[in-house]
Design a protein around this ligand. Structure first.
Ligand code: GDP
Ligand code: MG
Length: 198
């Protein structure tokens, strides 16, 4: 049980989130849910750091391309006309390059969040990757309106305020990459004993 209660995930308030003054809003929503901030810092990263952060497999780049193509189809936009290709690999590559540009465009606030099902809980409160599909009540649904149908054509990344690890493996790698062991802290949330302890 202890393991589930202490699940950890990495959250990043991306440069657009920081520049829009939404750092506090993101942290407030995480803390309100009962999840605990156990590490926090502001950093400016370079491309090398991002190479280690995002998955290296080609399949990840293809997935990025696929997501974009799906939105194009939904809004009846011709990818060939707007991007010069309808190949998911090539679109994925364009998206990856623009993502690196976006993530190095300003400081990022990085956090380690701990708590019950922390990975899924934070993904849920972040909302769908593509703000145009994100539900109201989520960070992305409440504060952004971006769509790949626009972003891909403008050759820039989707601006969606925050990042959150997707799987336990991703979380472990990302936490290792962004934080030293002694930057992660241990303390009790005061309401824990009433809300979810025996
Ligand atoms: P996340 O885990 O929800 O952040 O989504 P992914 O891991 O699939 O993608 C990483 C980031 O790439 C997203 O948060 C967006 O900033 C950007 N991105 C994802 N899909 C697209 C897309 O189809 N087009 C563009 N332009 N950017 C995208
Ligand atoms: Mg991801």
């Amino acid at each position: 049980m202890k393991q589930i209660k202490e699940e950890r995930t990495l959250v990043l308030v991306k440069p657009d989130g920081v520049m829009r003054g939404l750092t506090g809003e993101v942290i407030k929503r995480i803390e309100r849910r009962g999840l605990k901030v156990v590490a926090l810092k502001m950093v400016q990263v370079d491309r090398k750091h991002l190479e280690d952060h995002f998955p290296k497999e080609d399949s990840w780049m293809e997935r990025l391309g696929e997501k974009g193509l799906k939105t194009f189809a939904e809004y009846k936009i011709d990818p060939k006309e707007h991007m010069g290709t309808d190949d998911k690999k090539q679109i994925g590559k364009i998206v990856k390059d623009s993502l690196f540009e976006y993530m190095t465009s300003g400081p990022i606030v990085a956090l380690v969040i701990e708590g019950i099902h922390a990975i899924d809980m934070v993904r849920k409160l972040a909302g769908n990757t593509l703000p145009v599909f994100a539900e109201m009540g989520t960070v992305r649904g409440d504060f952004s309106v971006d769509s790949p149908a626009v972003a891909n054509v403008e050759k820039r990344a989707i601006k969606n305020i925050m990042h959150a690890s997707e799987t336990p493996e991703e979380a472990a790698n990302e936490i290792d990459l962004w934080f030293d062991k002694d930057e992660i802290h241990d303390y009790q949330r005061a309401e824990q004993s009433v809300a979810f302890d025996a």
